[in-house]
Design a binder for this molecule. Structure first.
Ligand code: ATP
Ligand code: LTN
Length: 336
């Protein structure tokens, strides 16, 4: 990393390797991460330790981690500009997570919406990791003294928790952690399900017509948009109650850079069919280079592993500085 990059503010974010990224992950998160690389010193990682809270076939997990790493690269995260790594390759995360779990209160962890939602949805697997998930996430962020953390609305409570823990730790043990702030990019589109436009598009949705995977082929993308749920009107206009059309307009605007008003003019007098076809084509066009780059990257596993190792080495070095500081502060014995 050059000296100029060292002086830039630090951005940090992570994504769980729970499946192929959707158009929602792309437009709401990863595309912005790619654009931030010019102005910030960026650290991005695959949150595989967090994904252990959901039990899946280990073979699939392993495959999904490699895929997610390749997807980040395919989306334009450049290892020359940004630090990119896999969480479990950097042992400081688990240790920092434990130290912070010991500073987290049962009451506050019990109030986390994600914990309550996930335990209600999966009563058969309310594991301790799901409960201390926010402490591990706080460690991810605080280890790197991050200035800004781009996350979606579902993670803002975890970010608030991170700030609370950091404030408490600094107060009890002395200044150790920088307090991170949320980062909400101007173009951060929230993409909704194509079949149920009142709920967000999600990697783990079981209805394939509801989500666009960033690796979907052009004809599949066009077909899915054709089938997208809209309404019984004819006007392409962004208005309350028109959830399906609002979603398609948001997507079209995010991909083409056109304003909502311009989109309304462009499709004045035309039916939804024309509009849906245009959205499908624009999205397919946007995702084509990602798909091509991904195929190329997956063809060279040795290179992917080399990049993983390189990222892990740098991340271990950077995060060890904060971990050593925290170890000393809490009084863990350190030999000379
Ligand atoms: P899962 O279905 O496994 O819960 P997810 O698709 O909801 O996954 P996450 O891995 O939780 O996605 O989130 C990764 C990033 O993508 C986060 O920053 C999140 O805010 C963003 N994101 C996820 N879904 C959307 C969406 N539909 N629109 C915009 N941003 C999204
Ligand atoms: N919980 C996040 C993933 C995540 C993360 C982080 C994001 C784990 N650690 C640190 C930002 C910073 C999610 O599910 N989207």
């Amino acid at each position: 990393m050059s000296e100029a990059q060292e002086k830039k503010k630090i951005i940090l974010s992570g994504i769980q390797p729970t499946g192929v990224f959707t158009l929602g992950n792309y437009l709401g998160a990863v595309k912005n991460w790619q654009q931030m690389q010019e102005d910030y010193q960026c650290y991005y990682f695959i949150a595989d330790l967090h994904s252990l809270t959901v039990h899946i076939d280990p073979k699939l997990r392993k495959q999904q981690s490699l895929q997610a790493f390749a997807l980040l690269l395919a989306c334009g995260i450049d290892p020359e500009k940004s630090l990119i790594f896999v969480q479990s390759h950097v042992p400081t995360h688990a240790e920092m997570g434990w130290i912070l779990a010991c500073c987290s209160q049962f009451g506050e962890l019990s109030r986390m919406t994600q914990f309550k939602d996930k335990s209600a949805k999966h009563p058969e697997n309310i594991n301790a990791g799901l409960f201390t998930y926010p402490s591990l996430m706080a460690g991810d962020i605080l280890l790197y003294q991050a200035d800004y953390v781009p996350v979606g609305a579902d993670q803002t409570q975890h970010l608030e928790f991170t700030r609370d823990i950091a404030t408490r730790f600094n107060h009890v043990y002395g200044e150790t952690f920088k307090l991170p702030e949320g980062y909400f990019p101007k173009l951060g589109a929230r993409v909704m399900s194509l079949q149920e436009p009142t709920s967000k598009m999600s990697k783990s949705d079981t209805n394939p017509n509801a989500t666009i995977s960033i690796l979907d082929e052009e004809n599949v993308i066009i077909k899915k948009f054709k089938r997208a749920v809209t309404d019984s009107e004819m006007e392409v206009v962004f208005r309350e109650g028109k959830d399906g059309i609002n979603n398609l307009m948001t997507i079209y605007s995010a991909v083409t850079g056109k304003s909502l008003d311009d989109i309304t003019s462009e499709f004045a007098g035309k039916g939804y069919g024309d509009f849906k076809a245009a959205v499908g084509e624009a999205v397919a066009e946007e995702l084509r280079p990602v798909r091509e780059k991904y195929a190329e990257l997956m063809g060279d596993k040795a290179e992917l592993e080399r990049l993983m190792k390189q990222g892990a080495e740098i991340a271990t070095k950077i995060s060890s500085r904060t971990l050593t500081k925290a170890r000393k502060k809490v009084g863990l014995y350190i030999t000379k």
